[in-house]
Design a protein around this ligand. Sequence first.
Ligand SMILES: [Zn+2]
Length: 120
Amino acid sequence: MNEAATALAIEDWKRFTPLANKLPILFLDGTRLQHLSIECGGCSAHLEGECLRGEIREVSGDRYSIAGLAACQSCQAFTQFCLSSTGSAGSVHLEWQTAAGVLMSAGSVSWWRRLLSSFQ
Ligand SMILES: [Zn+2]
C-alpha cells in the first residue's frame, strides 16, 4: 500500500466495527459462518478476532458480502479483503477475487476456515 492508500485504510479502520461482533452469519437453512481468519498479505500470519474489522451486507436472499480490513501488528499493515459467502446443507461457500481470478472455497462450518487474502 502507498501512503494515500494507507491513510484511506486507517480512515476505514476507524469507521468499521469488529467483524467478530457481527458473526455468526446465519443462513436460511440454519448453516452458520462462525469464524473468519484472514491471512496477512505481508507475513502470512492468520489474523482473526479483534484484528478484523469490516462490514457484512446481505446481497440477496442467502448471499452475503464480507468486506473489510485485517490489521497485522507485526507488519504494521492492513490487508484488505472482500468475500462473498453462501451457505447450504451445513457448508459455507466463500468466493474472493485475486489477480488470478475468482477463487472459491467450501468447507464444513465446524472447520476453522483460513482464507487467502489479497491487496486490492
Ligand atoms: Zn503481517
